[in-house]
Design a protein around this ligand. Structure first.
Ligand code: ADP
Length: 286
């Protein structure tokens, strides 16, 4: 069932000025409850603008954004705040927005602001920290500024999670991290999706992450949705994806090359596990 719906949406920055820029055009998109949606596209294609439409941080210049059937342009300030609780948005480099004296205080800010009772706030902070892999006792009293980059980022994600969102939207959550930190963040996000059964929207330049976790992918280019499908459908297009300035996962690249050499291998493969199955099959071991 569609939870967020965009209908013929257009976004223009600085309209009516010489700097006018159409950031998004003709966007029709539904995000379903509980799904894991990946968003990819080259820099400047409109990804960050798109995710800010989901919770009314940006309003479209044309078209509609509906959440749970409600048109966001009809809502008053306090109602929009509730939408922002239900659709939690983790910005790029969210650690820049940490300001609490302790990790627990920082994470508590959102739920406390929403008026939850102190015991609920406490429980939410504890749970959110567990979900992002920060041990409550060891981290609760630390200053956010003494944490590693990855821990800071997980603190920021916990702050959003503690508000109990129905959709968690993450704009490049692993940007600038080393491979270990990236794997840690992504496995936490996958765990949140699986256990809390909330929808996750992941904007990423990392095609391996998209291939492993997204159930559906949309590809943006110059403000338009140009492709939509499963990661297998999208990445097996190979050349078409590269023409947009995007990578395909290395394992898909390998499979596409083998196919080009005349080997009768399936090309709708984008994880190492799928490739392993297919290679074993080719070798007659399955
Ligand atoms: P992405 O996240 O894919 O890099 P953005 O949504 O940030 O893309 O940007 C889409 C387009 O909108 C780009 O052409 C960008 O230059 C323009 N844009 C983004 N933010 C602003 C802004 N605040 N003012 C003017 N133009 C902007």
């Amino acid at each position: 069932m569609a939870f967020i719906e965009l209908k013929d949406v257009m976004v223009i920055y600085k309209p009516g000025t010489p700097y006018e820029a159409v950031a998004l055009e003709n966007i029709n998109l539904s995000i379903n409850k509980g799904e894991f949606l990946g968003i990819i596209g080259p820099t400047g294609s409109g990804k960050s603008t798109l995710v800010q439409l989901f919770n009314g941080l940006i309003m479209p210049h044309r078209g509609k954004v509906l959440v749970d059937g409600i048109d966001l342009s009809d809502l008053k300030g306090y109602q929009l705040r509730e939408i922002r609780r239900r659709i939690g948005l983790v910005f790029q480099y969210p650690e820049n927005q940490l300001f609490g004296e302790t990790v627990a205080e920082d994470i508590a800010f959102g739920p406390r602001n929403l008026g939850f009772k102190e015991e609920d706030v406490h429980r939410r902070v504890k749970e959110a920290m567990e979900f992002v892999g920060l041990d409550y006792e060891s981290f609760k009293d630390r200053s956010p500024f003494t944490l590693s980059g990855g821990e800071m980022r997980r603190t920021a994600i916990a702050g959003i999670l503690a508000m109990g969102p129905e959709v968690l939207v993450l704009d490049e959550p692993s940007a600038g991290m080393d491979p270990r930190g990236r794997r840690e963040i992504l496995s936490r996000i996958a765990g949140i999706h699986k256990e809390l059964k909330i929808a996750v929207v992941l904007v990423s330049h990392n095609m391996d992450d998209i291939a492993r976790f997204a159930q559906r992918v949309i590809v943006l280019n110059e403000g338009k949705i140009v492709l939509e499908g499963t990661p297998q459908e999208i990445f097996s297009l190979g050349e078409k994806i590269r023409d947009l300035g995007l990578d395909v996962p290395p394992i898909t690249e390998l499979v596409l090359r083998l196919k080009k050499r005349g080997i009768n291998i399936r090309s709708d493969i984008c994880t190492v596990e799928e490739a392993r199955e297919e290679i074993l099959r080719l070798l007659g071991r399955r």
